[in-house]
Design a protein around this ligand. Structure first.
Ligand SMILES: Cc1ncc(COP(=O)(O)O)c(C=O)c1O
Length: 388
């Protein structure tokens, strides 16, 4: 089936008890055992069944299997947030005394987790520019257990060649983990290009409506099972209702992504011509250094744009304080267009020098293009840029 069809139907069947087309929300913390021996068998793993929602739940499992199908992975596991998914992947793969090689441009929360939390567990994170194969080669060592990237990366829209990266990881015998939040499997399927583990903030395009927090990891069956064994004791499970909202949001993923891409392309072209804008970072622009790689590995360029406003941080602030239709808020992938300043908001865990090293200039503004009419968005940006 085409991915558009899988997005609507994949993994879903009418409810076997009632015929309900929309899947039931199993909003329960616990599940009743037939008798004491049944409970004991479930705990021992001798019989399949649900025990307690932190351990498993049918609504959450439906979402996990649907996203695994969309990502072309064998299995998936859903978490309370994207960061919970990333943390659980890391602790499933890496032990104290070992390390991760990560791209230096990643979501600020992931960066803080890697820089501040993991070292407390004895896990070192080596940050390099992964788009430079030579730098990756020299960073990988005998204690490296994971190569981690985002592409397109948050917030600079840096593009990394997934196939080339996967090859380097395979040579080293370690998995490549791709945070596919910005692209979604509708635009890019890293497993088809050699990646082994995929993570998502489901809060973003999967949910799509800005009303939930959730995360997902996808990979080989054996790996996901091993990760589940640890994750159930870490306790970062999503609520069944939030899982259901993601299932509901997912149904329109294909049409939403088409519109996000089309509108973002037009806005990026408008910004590129504007005299108050210094640089526009959008992989759909020919001027973007990753344009050719993005064309090869993505079917569309996504709904995220970065741009440097001439004059730096103060003029960036004027712009953000002057928009009317665009909303000044973090998060992304919503139906509403959101604008923010990564340097002081989502990426404030980076030092000033680290921001510059990752290509995030003081006046860098991030735009998550929503589903409003493109002309209204351009008019809003035009009037706000006019205030500078
Ligand atoms: C690329 C990316 N990965 C992971 C996360 C973390 O996801 P969550 O906020 O759902 O924990 C975010 C959040 O913005 C993100 O942008």
């Amino acid at each position: 089936m085409h991915i558009e069809t899988d997005i609507v139907h994949g993994g879903q069947h009418p409810d076997k008890w009632t015929g309900a087309l929309s899947p039931p929300i199993y909003q329960t913390s616990t599940f009743v055992f037939r008798d004491a021996d049944h409970g004991a068998r479930l705990f021992k793993g001798e019989e399949k069944g649900h025990i307690y929602t932190r351990i498993s739940n049918p609504t959450i499992e439906l979402l996990a299997s649907k996203i695994a199908l969309l990502e072309a992975g064998e299995a998936g596991l859903v978490f309370a947030s994207g960061l919970a998914a990333i943390f659980n992947v890391v602790i499933a793969v890496v032990r104290s005394g070992e390390n991760i090689v990560s791209d230096d441009t990643i979501y600020g929360g992931t960066y803080t987790l890697f820089k501040n939390i993991l070292p407390r567990l004895g896990i070192e994170v080596i940050f390099v520019d992964v788009s430079n194969p030579g730098k990756v080669q020299s960073a990988l060592n005998d204690r490296t257990r994971l190569l981690f990237i985002e592409t397109p990366a948050n917030p600079t829209l840096k593009i990394i060649d997934i196939g080339a990266c996967a090859e380097q990881a395979q040579k080293k015998g370690i998995p490549l983990c791709v945070d596919n939040t910005f692209a979604t499997p509708y635009l890019q399927r890293p497993i088809d290009l050699g990646a082994e583990i995929i993570v998502h903030s489901a809060t973003k395009y999967f949910g799509g409506h800005g009303d939930i927090i959730g995360g997902v990891a996808v990979g080989r069956e054996e790996f996901i099972h091993a990760m589940w064994k640890g994750a159930k004791d870490v306790g970062a499970s999503i609520s069944p209702f939030n899982a259901w909202l993601i299932l509901r949001g997912l149904k329109t993923l294909a049409v939403r992504m088409e519109r996000h891409c089309a509108t973002a392309q037009k806005i990026a072209e408008f910004l590129e011509k504007h005299d108050k804008v210094e640089t526009v970072y959008y992989p759909g622009l020919k001027s973007h250094p990753g344009h050719e790689i993005a064309r090869r590995q993505m079917r569309g360029f996504g709904g995220m744009i970065g741009f440097d406003v001439k004059g730096g941080k103060e003029t960036g602030k004027t712009l953000m304080n002057s928009v009317g239709l665009c909303t000044l808020a973090v998060s992304l992938g919503d139906v509403d267009t959101l604008i923010e300043h990564p340097g002081s908001m989502t990426h404030s865990g980076y030092t000033d020098q680290e921001l510059l090293d990752s290509g995030i200039k003081p006046g860098f503004v991030r735009l998550s293009v929503g589903l409003e009419h493109v002309d209204d968005l351009i008019d809003d940006l035009k009037q706000a840029l006019g205030k500078i």
